[in-house]
Ligand binder design. Sequence first.
Ligand code: SAH
Ligand code: SF4
Length: 371
Amino acid sequence: MTNLLNFNQKQLADYFISIGEKPFRAKQLMRWVYHYGVTDLDQMTDIAKVLREKLGNETSFNLPEVQLEQASDDGTRKWLIGANNQKDGTSSSVETVFIPEDDRGTLCISSQVGCALECTFCSTGRQGFNRNLTVSEIIGQLWIANQSLRKVDGYDMLAPTDRIISNVVMMGMGEPLANYDNVVSAMQIMLDDHGYGLSRRRVTLSTSGLVPQMDRLKEDCPVALAVSLHAPNDALRDVIVPINKKYPIKELMAACERYLVKAPRDFVTFEYVMLDGVNDTVEHAHQLLDVVKNVPCKFNLIPFNPFPNSGYGTSTPNHIRVFRDILMNAGYVVTVRKTRGEDIDAACGQLAGKVLDKTNRSSKFIPIEVM
Ligand code: SAH
Ligand code: SF4
């Protein structure tokens, strides 16, 4: 069975051509699935019955399984999404988080089961890597969240095409640029007028800094870019974001400059996790200003979200304030991320899911599970 949720519009059109149908069927089908949330072929009344029968025999709309849905007191919601390893049948899961704000609703989407990049302060990284998510598992998170939010009081009166989710951030579990093809196809569905129709400014991809893929992304799907910088010099970044040994800060900054030539926004957002006594001093703030001086940017300071046996602490509010003020006084826009959904472990960096580590790295650590 061909899972039609694995295709962007171009691939879906190619599929229809391959079965002797007109390519515009792709747009029709996408509108049913993504605008109206319909995956039952019988309801797709503008598609001829013969074709629906053919599709019924040869294709599926295979969505990932929702293992658990939780709601926080502050309106944040979290879904635990099953991502079984088809080959050996082992069971893993990833997480998706919805964060409502006054002027927007943001969905934080996962791209991999675990992550191979081993950032030392990240609970996903600590669990090791299992596998890449498929396109249907990535876009399926948006489909599932969208459908489920429509049943929540207050949203239940909306028309099918009204947006509850106005923004998407690829900031859940995994390194999105390490699952390049699937993430790009899924983002193309997000941006497609026949898909979710989100503007490129409202889809943000966060990367730890995979330079060659950043260069490809600016050509293939130039969404808003967030870069996990976290340290203002190579000696420190080599330790806390080890991919830095391959793509050091200078190369990363040059890639950011190249990205901005094509980007829908005229700035990069630098994410900076505030680790007590590690990267949060006055000196670090001044080094940071020097490092980013050629890149138009904003800063997002993220108070470290602790998890068991992390070995790190959160910077004190005073240190965060001093650090923020140094950047602000130099003329930058700085946000300090508020922690949302703490009661359901939905905060940034706390998304642990359940990863069966193929590299056996997690055996070195106490297993971290949120459930
Ligand atoms: N792999 C991508 C996207 C996923 S992580 C990346 O690294 O950018 C999303 C953000 O959460 C990144 O900036 C990441 O560094 C940060 N993060 C990870 N663990 C964290 C923690 N325990 N506390 C606060 N932020 C964390
Ligand atoms: Fe992977 Fe991002 Fe976590 Fe680093 S911070 S281990 S890149 S998910």
